[in-house]
Design a protein around this ligand. Structure first.
Ligand code: NAP
Length: 439
């Protein structure tokens, strides 16, 4: 695909969509992105600065998956399409009606695919962002099974949630649609099936994305512990790379591609956050809730009951051969995914900034409001911070030792003290602000 051809990215405002657009712009492509509304300047401005020195500026057009208008114009003149947009609510926190999701996911995708077929003279390939949810949607995976691209979620299963159902139905509908196309309307289809995506957010507008909310809960210590649940995860930058490879490599056509770094326990994610951020003044909950506590919570919270509770203690095995061997995408190290994500969330003001936060690792290359990435300043800051880091490593040793010995990590007293100290300081500051505003 020639780099000067236009590539459409649907859902360019989203957490993943903005990474896909950023990568395409960095590679010199002309990118057109769809958003639901062109009115929200605060949301759109940072997108225009994703790659300040891009060869071509990002073009934005309006199109809503629930409406017919806009799609034909969006697709006009495009040679490739990355169909990323789909409603993605956090199903562990709220229960969403099926019709709110299946309509935009399935009928919305068909609206886009019909427009692509009408422009098959220019559109050569569509890359559809599906999900691992349409590979294995059951909360309890089959024991001893290694899931691969042959595996399909049963969309009729009564035990899957509405989001999972919407992704399985939408992907199946896309394959069926392409199979039935007459010769003069044919284009190629490749599908990407990411597991839970983590990694840096690019704009403040991603604060409500499901992946972002998941990490913010850990960083802001919304809960005093984590459930004993395993999650297959991947890095958002790897998912973006996989989209680009799927757009350009002949081997990707007519295939699904699971994107997965590994399956990890939520506790290991919070431990990784604690290792990097505890020395910077963050109190991170690393203890696991007992089953009974989750069950109790499930009485009041349907997300907990339907999505978390059945997964407790279950492991899942996933084959990522197509990602690595066919697309050639080497998974990013988990620590790097997690640390870069947390740094980006704090830098963007999405997660709380502790007083000792050093911004040491703003490795996510988060564009500043003016689009500049202050690399030099960050390097200076990193070298200034080094001697202190040495001292802080010592704080971690007892916890690391416990981890090595396989002991359960519980909230220890010094950490509670630190947390109380933080709270006291925050209360003092609040009081000061109140007095000042009274004045
Ligand atoms: P996100 O940040 O919520 O992005 C969703 C995008 O879809 C947003 O740009 C949103 O636009 C757009 N969208 C939603 N409803 C729409 C509608 N009716 N019409 C037009 N656009 C609509 O979520 P994400 O995590 O980036 O997810 C992107 C894709 O990856 C989705 O297809 C999701 O299913 C898939 N996926 C995500 C994960 C993950 O862990 N994040 C894992 C597997 C697959 P607005 O900005 O206007 O809301």
């Amino acid at each position: 695909m020639s780099e000067e051809a236009v590539v459409l990215v649907t859902g360019v405002s989203g957490y993943l969509g903005s990474h896909v657009a950023k990568l395409l712009l960095e590679e010199g492509y002309k990118v057109r992105g769809t958003v639901r509304s062109l009115e929200n300047e605060a949301k759109l401005e940072p997108l225009k600065n994703l790659v300040p020195d891009a060869k071509f500026p990002l073009e934005l057009v309006a199109a809503d998956l629930t409406k017919d208008e806009g799609w034909d114009k969006a697709v006009e003149g495009c040679s490739g399409i990355m169909h990323v947009a789909s409603p993605f609510p956090d199903v562990t926190n709220k229960v969403v009606a099926e019709e709110e999701l299946i309509g935009p996911a399935k009928d919305g995708s068909l609206r886009l695919l019909k427009a692509a077929a009408a422009h098959a003279n220019t559109v050569k390939r569509v890359v559809l962002t599906s999900s691992f949810a349409s590979v294995c949607g059951e909360p309890v995976p089959e024991p001893d099974k290694e899931y691969n691209e042959e595996s399909w979620t049963d969309a009729e299963s009564p035990t899957i949630d509405a989001y999972t159902k919407s992704k399985a139905i939408a992907e199946k509908a896309a394959w069926d649609f392409v199979k039935e196309l007459p010769d003069d309307q044919k284009f190629e289809l490749a599908v990407i099936n990411p597991t839970l995506i983590l990694g840096p957010a690019l704009t403040e507008g991603h604060k409500n994305a499901t992946s972002v909310s998941f990490m913010v809960q850990i960083v802001n210590k919304v809960y005093p512990g984590v459930p004993r649940v395993q999650m297959p995860i991947c890095d958002v930058r790897d998912v973006a790379k996989a989209h680009l490879k799927a757009l350009t490599m002949p081997e990707a056509v007519n295939n699904r591609h699971i994107i997965c770094t590994d399956s990890v326990w939520v506790k290991d994610i919070s431990m990784a956050v604690a290792k990097e951020f505890k020395p910077q003044g963050y109190s991170i909950a690393t203890g696991q809730f007992p089953y009974f506590a989750c069950w109790l919570l499930g009485l009041f919270n349907k997300g907990m009951k339907n999505t978390i509770l059945p997964r407790i203690g279950k492991t899942i095995k996933i084959d990522n051969k197509r990602m690595v061997e066919v697309l050639g995408v080497e998974p990013t190290a988990i620590d790097c995914t997690i640390n870069d994500m947390v740094y980006s969330l704090v830098d963007l003001g999405i997660a709380r900034k502790a007083k000792k936060y050093k911004q040491a690792g703003s490795r996510a290359e988060v564009p500043a409001v003016n689009g500049e990435v202050e690399e030099d300043k960050k390097e200076e800051k990193e070298s200034e911070d080094k001697p202190e880091e040495e001292g802080e490593k010592k704080e971690l040793e007892p916890e690391d030792k416990e981890k090595k010995e396989g002991k359960e990590i519980k909230e220890d007293k010094p950490e509670q003290k630190e947390d109380n100290k933080d709270k006291e300081e925050a209360a003092k500051e609040e009081k000061k602000e109140e007095t000042e505003s009274e004045k």
